[in-house]
Design a protein around this ligand. Sequence first.
Ligand code: ZN
Length: 582
Amino acid sequence: MLNQAIPMPRSVAKGVSLAELQRRSSRSSLDIDEGATPTLRDLAEALSFSPDDGRIWLGDQRMVLWRSSTFGSLRAELIARLGQEQARSLLTRVGYAAGARDAELVRRTWPGSDPVNAFHAGPQMHKLGGIVRPEAIAFEFDIARGTFHADFWWHDSSEDDEHIAAFGIGTEPACWMQIGYASGYASAFMGKFIVYREIECRATGASACRLVGRPAEEWEDPELDQHYFAPGLSAAGIRRSLAAPSLAPGVSPARQAAAGPCAEESALVGISSSFSAARHLIERVAPTPATVLFSGPSGAGKELFAQTLHAISPRAAAPFVAVNCAAIPDTLIETELFGVEKGAFTGASSSRAGRFERAQGGTLFLDEIASLSFFAQGKLLRALQERRIERVGGSREIAVDVRVVAATNVDLRAQVRAGRFREDLFFRLNVFPIALPPLKERRDDIPLLMEAFLRRYGEQYGRRVAGFTPRAVQALLQYDFPGNVRELQNLIERGVIMAGPDEPIDVVHLFRGGEIEAPQGLSPGVDGRLTEHGARAGGAGHPADAYREALVAARYNVSAAARELGLTRAQLVYRLKRLGVS
Ligand code: ZN
């Protein structure tokens, strides 16, 4: 069921034996090798604490540090409220979604990595997250053939700790969310439904938990486990059903509604609570003719929202006409909005319809409304009140059926108080206000936007870009984006152009104009304590400088410098050669 959703890793491991696995896992994590990523150390480096804005990241996914006992209380409440079977099913599915997401994260962050290591990153992330300590007993898979067999010990499971603390030793295994996670990770990785089963569990008195994973069809009695996974619902399906009825996360109906090359342009992308709130509001207001006022800083996506509002409204088939009020001189705004009759003034050599008339039956989007002159504000107010306009120099009134959507990047109330904006017009416009916060206040949207822009510009420029280096992901997640979504879009476009074929986008491809102050954050150091990182991330103006600096800092140990830059050794060597640095 996951076949279409998850692209396969590029190479295929053919029946990897335990001995091979042990050989690989016994290799020192300091010994950088093309095929070795992601090691536990790589994963630890992808974990980043950003205490100033209250965020923890694993790659591009937001994490939360919470007490094991809090999870325990939540779990006990669920069992008490829903009963054991329902609670188990719910936790298994939540775990499944998390595992599938982590598999995507690994695929995105370390594209083309060795399949064994990529697979192993799942258990490693469990370990890194302090959830359980897995130990492989046997492990074999062949993605092309669809065969899979895994046998693991789980030591010191946190879910068992909480279960035993709440309910004591019982007769049923209790690592539900963890089993869900293992199944979700393996299923997303294999592209088919892999069911893990806990055949021994500490919650039943065993000294450690033991889990076995196989393709669902290979279990003799798959129905035993499958109802916990709610068969037929993939992680994406769960997300879709949660997002019902009309909008899947990150995908607006405008994508379907808008035609031609602009379809992608009008797609809203986001998952943060403020984004979701705004999206919910446009869904509510779209079917009505109400005037909508968007507020938010430049580049926050006000026009995209307005376009989407139009596209999901009953006016979708009629024109969407946008006017940037700040871009049109005062002397021209009236003719621009309302049109002009021939001979109205010197130079009016022919009659021309204004934007209001051109938006007939559709939506007129007035951006930067606060920059309208008082005179133009009065004309606009009359058009809104009477639903009629008069061309400049004309003598007849023209009825207009236009929905007006306005946007402002300044506080209109403050403009009213300062006497710069008409109060009556403000109340006319402020029927249905929607605020779009700056990107730095909805950082959870950044990963989705990165992915969407990467895909868009990859297609547009015919470039196959391998994704982002962990360091680039970290830099983007911590950058303040004074230019908001538009700036992120520009950075990714630049990155797609700068990165070589099949090369992941790195910090030096993104930040070249000195726009970034070194992003600061904390990552676990070798001693396990949080230490500062990122001091070098954007400081250097030219890639060669950054590489030289990293080499000096690493005392010309190329592997260490590569690690510091979030590159493999081979990638760094290639770039150094290309740039003539030695
Ligand atoms: Zn267990």
